[in-house]
Ligand binder design. Structure first.
Ligand SMILES: *Cc1c(COP(=O)(O)O)cnc(C)c1O
Length: 574
């Protein structure tokens, strides 16, 4: 479904709308409406929108071909939309560009071209013409689904339905509208890019989210397990010594390291396994890289009495022997995958293959906030408890919200978990920290927002690290949990629209932060979480000294110590 938003008047709004995946924006010239725009602003908008696939439409009412040509010469519009009587005679002047012709009930001009032009039906009943066409006139988030069902247009054209007052567009309303017509997307990212075989289980899952997961009974049972099995709420700890060491006065950590199994992953694994059980699926499959998600899933399955199969690359099985032993001890079957590079992405492929053949009895418990819809949504909802608790605890301890919230980003689940609650308040800066690895070269990091390109991996459209030929690039990070070529689609959207900021910390920087927190506070952070701390250490000198910072400490670091000692990356001396 194509989306066109008409009457945009501000460059920043145009940028955010384009970043949200809107296909066309309309600029109104000579309309005598509050949505009219001047040429200088229109120029700024076309410059801003050039970086996106979004097309700029010049919208003209009863305008002469000469005047239209003059404006087009200034702006080089992508599309020309013609309303009223006068342009009818002038349509032939613009056949070198795509035209949106506003139907007026009279026969269509002969020079229109089915291959490139569109018809727009505003006040009159649409007709079957063979042209691609837009439905327009009073569309909003509440009526659009019904109208799409009734008319099956190629696209929808919006204006007043996404305004807070006449002529003033509201970004939140635009996003609500997009969520209605593109429910599997976060702006321009996400979707369900899977083989047809997997559509049915994904649709079942979408149903189960509505009917089971969102039911009060399920939520009550889940919250009870979070409290009595996982050990929530986790603490919010002020770290004064660490703050002082880096020149700040107010740093708090949300302590996901204190959960049962030692990281936030249990929130999601437990939620999904409980959901599977309620869906009547006795078997769980999962994929894991470092083994953290595998352990969390095996733990949930042991407690809930579910069969558990974990796919893991052969290389990772060897690298992560203690976690493999834990999973087996918990009763899970660990399957070593030898395809490809025998690491996480190959394990994901194998898990998807299993699921396609077994979904009648099996749930695929995906470990982070990515994959085909509804997985990113399910994971984000199960991790949202982090942000809900953190916001309440922070307000109780400090008496306000933080100025800045920082989290490391692998697939993005702990970060989206803590961010969500703070997204609506734009004053609060949100920062996601990716693995900078050895440095900036592709192949030596997992910095998707620095060197990744738009692509599709494992069912969703997002930023992906790729080679020049579009193959999945190698990645590296000292922390296994951040070492993945793609990032969750909601983060891609937060990045593209500018709501969240993303940066990197290198292996070395993370190792320094790892040791500093341990020594100053008696808390050994996971290497993943150490990236968030490392970013804060880097930027501390540029922040106001009293900046109120909340860092999500996604997990505890004792899991990392044997590996670090073996590779001589930390030295334990006194
Ligand atoms: C897996 C893991 C991560 C990264 O995963 P996200 O989905 O990005 O949160 C971060 N920290 C720890 C401790 C992990 O185990």
């Amino acid at each position: 479904m194509l989306v066109k938003i008409c009457g945009i008047r501000e460059p920043e709004m145009a940028r955010k709308v384009a970043a949200s995946g809107v296909d066309f924006i309309g600029l109104l010239f000579t309309s005598h409406s509050p949505r009219q725009i001047d040429i200088a602003t229109a120029k700024e908008i076309t410059a801003v929108v050039k970086d996106y696939p979004t097309k700029v439409v010049g919208v003209f009412f009863d305008e002469t071909p000469e005047k239209i040509a003059e404006i087009d010469k200034e702006l080089n519009l992508d599309v020309i939309q013609l309303h009223g009587d006068l342009p009818r005679s002038g349509v032939s002047n613009f056949t070198h560009k795509p035209i949106i012709y506003v139907a007026d009930g009279k026969p269509l001009p002969e020079c229109l071209d089915v291959a490139k032009d569109f018809i727009l039906y505003e006040k009159i009943e649409p007709e079957e013409t063979g042209f691609r066409w837009f439905l327009a006139g009073g569309l909003d988030k509440d009526n659009v689904s019904g109208l799409i069902d009734k008319y099956a247009p190629t696209g929808v054209d919006l204006s007043s339905g996404v305004e807070i007052s006449r002529g003033v567009k509201d970004f939140a309303k635009i996003r609500e509208f997009l969520a209605v017509i593109r429910p599997t997307y976060y702006g321009a990212y996400g979707g369900m890019y899977v083989p047809e075989l997997l559509i049915e289980p994904l649709k079942d899952l979408i149903d189960a989210v509505k009917t089971i997961m969102h039911s009060p009974e399920f939520q009550a049972e889940y919250l009870n397990l979070l409290k009595n099995f996982v050990g929530r709420p986790t603490a919010l700890t002020e770290v004064k010594n660490f703050a002082k060491a880096i020149g700040l006065t107010s740093v708090h950590l949300k302590r996901e390291d204190l959960t049962h199994t030692g990281a936030h992953k249990i929130n999601n694994a437990l939620g999904q396994c409980l959901l599977a059980k309620k869906m009547g699926k006795p078997r769980i499959i999962a994929e894991t890289g470092a083994g953290q998600h595998g352990v969390a899933t095996a733990t949930a399955c042991a407690m809930l009495g579910l069969e558990c199969v974990v796919y893991m690359g052969q290389v990772d099985v060897e690298r992560q022997a203690p976690n493999v032993a834990k999973m087996r001890l918990l009763g899970a079957k660990v399957v070593a995958v030898t395809d490809g590079s025998a690491t996480l992405k190959d394990a994901v492929n194998e898990a998807l293959r299993d699921w396609a053949a077994s979904y009648e009895t099996t749930h695929y418990c995906l470990g982070t906030a990515l994959g085909p819809y509804p997985f990113p949504q399910i994971c984000a909802e199960f991790q949202a408890v982090i942000g809900r608790e953190a916001k309440a605890q922070y307000n109780e301890q400090v008496g306000s919200d933080p100025d800045m919230v920082i989290a490391c980003v692998g697939g993005g689940s702990n970060a989206i978990g803590v961010f969500q609650e703070f997204i609506p308040d734009e004053k609060i800066k949100l920062v996601g920290v990716e693995a900078g690895g050895y440095g900036v070269k592709v192949g030596e990091n997992a910095a998707r927002f620095q060197s990744g390109k738009l692509g599709v991996l494992h069912g969703n459209r997002t930023y992906v690290l790729q080679t020049e030929d579009g193959q999945i690039a190698d990645t590296h990070s000292v922390s296994a949990g951040l070492d993945y070529a793609a990032v969750g689609p909601q983060h891609a959207d937060l990045y593209a629209t500018g709501r969240a900021h993303y940066d990197v910390a290198t292996d070395d920087e993370a190792l320094i932060a790892f040791q500093l927190l341990t020594r100053t506070e008696g808390i050994i952070p996971a290497l993943e979480s150490s990236h968030a701390l490392a970013y804060l250490m880097k930027v501390a000198k540029d922040l106001p000294k009293d900046c109120k910072v909340l860092v999500n400490l996604s997990g505890r670091g004792d899991k990392d110590l044997p590996g670090l000692l073996a590779r001589e990356l930390v030295h334990v001396t006194n």
